[in-house]
Ligand binder design. Sequence first.
Ligand SMILES: Cc1cc2nc3c(=O)[nH]c(=O)nc-3n(C[C@H](O)[C@H](O)[C@H](O)COP(=O)(O)OP(=O)(O)OC[C@H]3O[C@@H](n4cnc5c(N)ncnc54)[C@H](O)[C@@H]3O)c2cc1C
Length: 410
Amino acid sequence: MAYNTSKKVVIVGGSLGGLFTGIVFGAGIAFYLMIPPIQEAMKNLGTSGAPIVDFLEQYDGTKTPTLTADGIQYLNKDGSIKFTTGGDGITAQVASWDLLYNILRANFDGGHEAGYVAAPPEMEGDGVANYVSDVRVTDLTEVDELVEVGYESVDGRKGALQADIVIGADGPSSTVRKLLLPEVERTYVGYVTWRGTVKESLLSDETRTLLGTKSCIAFTRGSQVVCYKIPGLKGSLVPGDLFANLVWYQNHDQAELKRILTDSDDVSHKYSLKIGKIDPKVKEEQGKVAAAIFPPQLAEVWQKIESPFIQAITDSLTTKSVFMNEKVFLVGDAVATLRPHTSAGTSQAAMNALFLKKVFDKEGGMSIEEREKTTVGWATFAKKLGVQMGNLSQFGDHPMADNGELSSKM
Ligand SMILES: Cc1cc2nc3c(=O)[nH]c(=O)nc-3n(C[C@H](O)[C@H](O)[C@H](O)COP(=O)(O)OP(=O)(O)OC[C@H]3O[C@@H](n4cnc5c(N)ncnc54)[C@H](O)[C@@H]3O)c2cc1C
């Protein structure tokens, strides 16, 4: 950790947004509440973006390598390539959620999973970082120059502590935002992503070669499927160890959503299902749809994914991200839940942390007003872009779609 503020910082939420912010402050206590369905599910996502690269260049003392990707292939239904981008020397770095989380934990408090990412050497001036699991923040009260943070642990113990700065990095259903701006809502947008990974060595040569170093995308009416490689277990970049990561956007109305989010134990969930918990009947139906509408290579990937999971796509956007006389700040998904088409969720969290650094670093040169305008302004733009992309791919006629006779009837 490079930057040590003399202020006491409490970070609510210990996922990527909380860790990016904790690292730039170089001190603080991250309150981390584990919500298993989301966290397990997120192991399978790929993540990339320029602000993440900027962040890691500045703050990652472990210098852990990630995967290099270089463009997109749009596929026809028969598996042929309609259009390709890339090959012009412009590349992107891709990590899995799991890898990025472990890199950030190594930098924040010395590491999470044994034998994954080793902690960087300590630097003079590093702050003290405590990562507290299984604690849910429940209240915030302004007490003169400080904020009192009330919390409850999973075993029911209640407590409170005081902080100079509180960061709400607690995601799309943010408690911090609900306490301070209850009118902001999180809404379902009419479609979900089905997701999953499969080790590339289990794929046919044809499919592995097609995936190469590019994302493959196929559109049919009301459906979009994206597939790309991400690092393998423990961040392995060895060919054969990589995972093919498949993300399939499909429309489901509220009644359908309720049905598919009812798990194999007949328990109903609001936004996501734990890996391995999809009702086998629902999984079988999805397999038939995938076989009918996907290009054959992506149908093969779907068919080989053992345990897919479902995530409902939701929108939320705050109108304000600073509260309690400039002592409480929102970052990441608590600011805006961005549609995954933009690939911007993790980038937003990294960018929000970099802006906070500019505000609290004496030489940073950013005022709180500028930070607020940029944070909410950027989130508003990115949210709008995601809505347009989603509306076109899910409810419109996408110019890259291959709406064959069969797919248009699905
Ligand atoms: C299934 C899925 C797929 C995604 N795919 C991509 C992708 O491909 N690319 C990309 O860039 N982004 C993706 N995202 C978004 C990306 O993961 C987030 O934008 C990024 O992790 C930053 O989120 P965050 O840390 O702000 O919030 P979250 O990751 O939601 O973390 C919030 C944390 O706060 C904790 N918390 C909640 N309430 C409380 C409380 N009261 N007290 C204490 N802790 C609390 C939660 O348990 C959680 O750990 C995806 C998200 C999901 C769910």
